[in-house]
Design a protein around this ligand. Structure first.
Ligand code: PLP
Length: 396
């Protein structure tokens, strides 16, 4: 059997070349507990729901969804989505303000393509989602980072930077931030919206974790501000249904949707993901999306509690705030370099993301990000126990 060091999507691992045939981006070697993987658990991907929805879709015998799609996205799907969002947000969402995407990563790339030029300045939070930083790097954007505290982006830091720079947009993850876990209070959201108007920059709000709240705290999304031309809200089915669908949406003022709808990409290829969106429409109309979210919340709430308990018991010297939603714990290990610790952790068959990945300035080195959604409670406890063993060996 040939063994090689391989690159598998985001993750570098050594694996058996003959045994491994890639099907998903994530590959975790047998025996390893990778608390770095920010993916849903394979066991929670709703095969049955999607099978039912696909059957309902095919039973209609209408082949329109196999045709090039309407540029803004399938109208029936957008109507079903608008209805779901209106219920979930508690205010009316107009299907005309929705544009169908291949997910948030795709939306970010499209926004960079249509609203920025290489060398333009954008603002991001420190820390921020590391793979969004990769997308911004693909577009050669100048990144200026803004300070955050336990409630998210610090408005004074934004004001200070606005006095020095003219950003095209501010990228924020306002609710259950990745990796920080924090949620921006409404008064700060209001102020951000005001500042975007005063200074003429866009707010690109990545609301991917909005519906994954585990303490029933209801937060006003940035989608509530999209009557303003400066606010764009991005949503995704990746964390509430399945990432393989590559389906998401952008909610924005028509002036921000128009350049995308009129792009050469859509002119040639048609609207994004017509096949999948027709199937997901059935699922949404059947009420299965709400049901899936409700059941994910029960599972994730329990996994979150398991990780918090394990951290408090095994790693009492770490610093963290237990999140109230989303996917992650953002943990500070005072005096420990997260990247070096990660290299050591491989010997203990445990993984995580190190903090520096989430910094656009090479900072945050004594942080690590742990995901609690991918494994069940037992594996989470075992993973944190291995981290403790590793830390003992590392600190020696
Ligand atoms: C903050 C954030 N934005 C976007 C994504 C990716 O979203 P999508 O699958 O819709 O591209 C993730 C996935 O981990 C995320 O954490």
């Amino acid at each position: 059997m040939m063994v090689g060091a391989g690159f598998c999507g985001k993750f570098n691992y050594t694996y058996s070349m003959t045994d491994y045939i890639p099907t998903s981006q994530i590959y975790i070697p047998p025996g390893m507990i990778d608390l770095g993987a920010g993916d849903p658990d394979f066991a929670l991907l709703p095969l049955d729901m999607l099978q039912r929805a696909a059957e309902a879709c095919f039973a209609k015998s209408d082949p329109a969804f196999l045709q090039y799609g309407a540029e803004q996205g399938n109208g029936y799907f957008r109507k079903a989505l608008a209805e779901f969002l209106s219920q979930g947000y508690g205010f009316a969402v107009d299907f005309d303000d929705l544009f169908v995407t291949n997910g948030i990563s795709n939306a970010l790339d499209l926004i960079c393509t249509h609203f920025t030029r290489p060398g333009d300045t954008i603002f991001v939070e420190e820390p921020s989602y590391f793979l969004a930083l990769r997308i911004f790097a693909d577009h050669d954007l100048q990144i200026v980072s803004l300070q955050t505290d336990r409630e998210g982006l610090v408005v004074e830091s934004l004001e200070e930077k606005l006095a020095q720079f003219q950003p095209i947009f501010l990228y924020t993850i306002p609710t259950f931030q990745n990796p920080g876990g924090f949620t921006l209070p409404v008064d700060r959201r209001e102020r951000l919206a005001e500042l975007s108007q005063e200074h003429g920059f866009l707010i690109v709000a990545d609301e991917v974790y909005h519906f994954l709240n585990y303490v029933n705290q209801k937060m006003k999304p940035f989608a509530a501000y999209t009557e303003l031309e400066t606010v764009i809200s991005l949503g995704s089915f990746s964390k509430i249904l399945a990432p393989g669908l590559r389906l998401g949406w952008m909610q924005a003022h028509p002036s921000k949707i128009k350049p995308l709808v009129g792009s050469g990409l859509l002119d040639s290829g048609g609207g994004l993901n017509p096949f999948t969106s027709a199937i997901v429409r059935e699922l949404v109309e059947a009420g299965d999306l709400e049901q899936n979210i409700a059941s994910l919340k029960v599972t994730y709430r329990s996994r979150l509690a398991a990780m918090e308990a394990a951290l408090r018991q095994e790693l009492p010297k770490t610093e963290f705030e237990a999140p109230e939603g989303g996917f992650f714990f953002w943990v500070r290990l005072p005096g420990v370099d997260g990247e070096e610790f990660r290299a050591k952790a491989r010997e203990f068959d445990v993984g995580f993301r190190h903090g520096a990945l989430f910094s656009s300035q090479g900072g945050l080195r004594d942080y690590i990000r742990l995901c609690y959604t991918f494994y069940d409670e037992e594996k989470i406890a075992e993973g944190i126990f291995r981290l403790k063993q590793c830390l003992k060996a590392f600190s020696r």
